[in-house]
Design a protein around this ligand. Structure first.
Ligand code: MN
Ligand code: MN
Length: 311
């Protein structure tokens, strides 16, 4: 067997292969011809080996912490419907088919108490290789990240949004959808927070960003080819109002001057670290035109899940 040095392309490829083979219940043996992959205890491991890797999917029907308009609680079933719509197919742009079997779809959860979201997410987190949440207003990200933190420790987070959501409190509520990233940073749940797409930073939020050492990439400075690189697994929090309202009208807060859909897809496709979880939030069906934004959510869901299964 050829021995490759640690940072080389071949080393990474070999580790990637090893990881994939082990996940399928296979093990490696050294033979004179090189490494061979065996599947032990056939047929048990043979069945295991053909099982599809699954991502856990939960819908969080909750918009009680939206400050301006309600409606995001209606989003999860409509994003699913768009994902399975016959108007498109199950292929992300990489060409790997992501049919219904790719999800362990745990259904939609109607939330009575805000803090129940953490418990629901903690239970669902073990039911797949990663967990994707369909929101819901953006307040749901704080309890979801709490559940992730219990399992993984501090996370690196990529937060894509028109807004920084860093208010210490908003309209008297510290858990408003304008506050989740203040709570996440204050409780040291993230080792790094990179925000992309911002175009509404208030002076208070600039102070908060400095205080918590948040890396803010504002739309006015965006160079899509030069985004910060991550050095470990990340969690993606995608607020649909990061997109320009021309591309995603179905959101509560129309903030002009945003990302276009192609830029957003490009950002996801260019990630070169494992993605362990994600949320897609703030889709408001009551503001949508002909379910256009639901389809954008479904497209992003497909690209994000493809990225989650890549590593
Ligand atoms: Mn947000
Ligand atoms: Mn937003």
């Amino acid at each position: 067997m050829q021995i490759a040095c640690k940072d080389s392309f071949y080393y990474r490829i070999q580790w990637n292969m090893l990881d994939r083979m082990l996940r399928r219940g296979m093990y490696a043996v050294n033979s004179q011809e090189g490494i061979a992959w065996k599947r032990p205890y056939w047929p048990f491991f043979s069945i295991l080996g053909t099982m599809q890797r699954q991502i856990a999917l939960q819908g969080i029907c909750y918009d009680s912490k939206a400050s301006y308009l309600k409606g995001a609680a209606l989003a999860p079933p409509l994003i699913r419907k768009a994902y399975h719509s016959a108007s498109s197919n199950y292929f992300p742009e990489s060409g790997t088919e992501l049919g219904p079997g790719v999800f362990n779809d745990l259904g939609d959860f109607t939330i009575a108490d805000y803090f129940d979201i953490e418990q629901v997410s903690a239970e669902n987190l073990g039911k797949g290789e990663g967990l994707v949440s369909l929101g819901g207003d953006h307040s749901i990200t704080y309890p979801i990240v709490r559940a992730f933190h219990k399992l993984y420790g501090p996370l690196q987070i990529l937060h894509i949004d028109a807004h920084a959501d860093l208010y210490d409190e908003f309209n008297g509520d510290r858990y408003s959808h304008a506050c989740p990233f203040a709570r996440i940073m204050e409780n040291q749940l993230a080792s790094r927070l990179v925000q992309v797409g911002l175009r509404t930073l208030s002076s208070h939020q600039r102070d908060q960003a400095r205080k918590y050492k948040v890396e803010c990439i504002e739309m006015k400075d965006l160079n899509i080819a030069q985004l910060p690189e991550f050095n470990g697994p990340i969690y993606i929090s995608l607020d649909m109002d990061a997109l320009d309202p021309a591309f995603a009208p179905g959101v509560s807060h129309h903030e002009p001057g945003g990302l276009d859909t192609r830029q957003l897809i490009h950002m996801v496709q260019k990630l070169n670290v494992p993605v362990i979880g994600a949320d897609i939030v703030e889709y408001n069906p009551l503001r949508d035109n002909n379910d256009m934004t639901a389809m954008v959510c479904a497209k992003l869901l497909k690209e994000i899940v493809d990225k989650m299964l890549e590593k």
